[in-house]
Design a protein around this ligand. Structure first.
Ligand code: PXG
Length: 463
């Protein structure tokens, strides 16, 4: 095969893929045995595979295609930019119009006090930037020992060394190790860990864990706390309302920088431009990616509040940090056009006022299904907890099995829904219509019925 084409037979593509392509986050034994599905086209909330099947993209790619697939005007903007200036760097006192325009636009959309942005190629690179920037910031202030960073168990911040270390995924830590000077506190996952506490009391308990960790390490040693407004890859874990205000109070009182990882929550996912707005967070840094360009081209960055930005830009000398593709002109053009669409079509407002509440109500009704222990959603991101015994919140003995069965049924039924252990996750394009929501919910209902049937017929649910 010496050229790219969408017209090779599926089996040929799959065999070549299995032979030569190492996939991210994949068990290659399984992948080679079962083969990859080949996706060849996207339009709006739908994808098509190489056999012509239409599949609803309930995950917006990987939580990123906020404006939907197949927007010609983004492709056109990138095409124009590539003809004008396909690449130039932003090192050594150079800049270019798309990166200037995007920097201005992003700071205009950001909360008060955010006046600067550092560009990267992905969310992982954005979080590497966070780690280096917060340590550099304290060093400039003459406090280099204030370098420890606190994250959360089951948090996700990417898969570079810094990203994996800031994240709290034990499986990732076990492969390749973790950077020193980072520790993780418990997550505010009421459904799994809340026991008999009401969610607000549990939220406060989880926030107190930050205070205890700061006390253990010594306030003068701690640079920052990093967390996602809601945990995405961890299972769409939506913290109780008491959680974030208490975290904010602790960070302020203890002089700890607060980093809200907006890679999934940013650009409308929760019904506001920022998850920080939805949850009442006042961060100092906001790593971004994904919805910044709706995934049309790779781009990430860190939005920097003046608390940090003023320090970095005065008196610190050179910050030895940057990527060849920091502020790539074509990626900036894609992001600018994407933001223009989000604004012109009032997509964020629509998630907040209309389509968010519409899907949330329909999603909540899935909580009546015998397999579903909880149905939760904010904006257009939600989860269903699959359980064998609703009232007790008890889990299946073989964690992940029910989730895997459900995900496979979902795909067969024509819907991409992701499984995180036994939580089923949905995060569709923000442009989804009412009619498409109805279809999505009908597909989930059928998928839950099919899953229940499989579990019963294999003896994993009592009759
Ligand atoms: N922060 C957060 C909150 C993320 O969700 C990253 C950083 C890293 O971004 P990049 O662009 O380096 O991937 C992410 C990425 C999943 C899944 O299976 C989630 C992500 C990436 C890949 C898979 O849920 N999130």
């Amino acid at each position: 095969m010496n050229q790219l084409s969408n017209h090779f037979p599926t089996a040929e593509l799959q065999n070549s893929d299995a032979a030569h392509h190492l996939h991210p986050f994949s068990d290659h034994e399984t992948l080679i045995r079962e083969k990859s599905r080949v996706i060849v086209r996207g339009e709006g909330v739908f994808l098509w595979d190489s056999d012509g099947n239409r599949i609803m993209d309930g995950m917006a790619g990987l939580w990123c295609v906020n404006v939907g697939h197949g927007r010609r005007e983004i492709a056109d903007a990138v095409h124009e930019q590539m003809l004008q200036l396909s690449y130039y760097n932003t090192f050594f006192k150079t800049t270019h119009p798309p990166v200037v325009a995007l920097s201005e636009k992003l700071t205009e959309l950001s909360p008060d006090g955010f006046n600067r942005v550092f560009f990267a190629g992905s969310g992982s690179e954005a979080n590497d930037t966070v780690l280096r920037m917060v340590r550099h910031h304290w060093a400039i202030l003459g406090r280099p020992e204030k370098s420890h960073i606190i994250g959360r168990k089951n948090g996700y911040h990417g898969s570079t060394v810094a990203g994996a270390s800031l994240g709290g995924m034990s499986g990732m830590h076990a492969q390749g190790g973790v950077l020193s000077g980072i520790s993780h506190i418990r997550q505010p996952y009421w459904f799994d860990e809340g026991g008999d506490l009401d969610p607000d009391a549990f939220g406060l308990l989880c926030a107190k864990a930050l205070e205890e960790e700061i006390d253990r390490l010594g306030e003068d040693k701690v640079a920052a706390f990093i967390a996602e407004p809601l945990q995405g890859a961890g299972g769409v874990i939506i913290p109780p309302p008491s959680y974030w205000p208490e975290i904010g109070r602790i960070c302020r009182e203890r002089d700890i920088l607060l980093v809200a990882d907006e890679v999934i929550c940013g650009f409308g996912r929760t019904g506001a431009w920022w998850g920080s707005e939805t949850f009442g967070i006042e961060p100092d840094l906001m790593p971004i990616a994904k919805g910044l360009s709706s995934g049309y081209l790779p781009i990430g960055g860190v939005l920097v509040k003046d608390t940090v930005g003023d320090v970095i830009t005065s008196g610190g000398g050179e910050f030895y940090h940057g990527f060849t593709y920091s502020g790539h002109p074509a990626a900036c053009a894609a992001a600018l056009k994407n933001i223009e669409i989000l604004q012109r079509e009032r997509i964020v407002e629509r998630v907040h006022d209309h389509i968010g509440p519409y899907l949330q109500a329909r999603w909540a009704s899935l909580g009546d299904h015998p397999l579903v222990g909880e149905a939760r959603m904010v904006g257009l991101v939600g989860a269903l907890e699959l359980v064998p015994d609703k009232p007790s919140r008890k889990r299946f003995a073989n964690e992940g099995l029910a989730g895997g069965i459900c995900r496979d049924h979902s795909f067969k039924n024509g819907l991409v829904m992701r499984a995180v252990r036994d939580s089923m996750i949905i995060s569709p394009p923000l442009t989804i219509t009412e009619e498409e929501v109805d279809l999505l919910v009908a597909l989930v209902e059928k998928t839950l019925d099919d899953t229940e049937h499989t579990l019963r017929s294999t003896g994993r649910l009592s009759a």
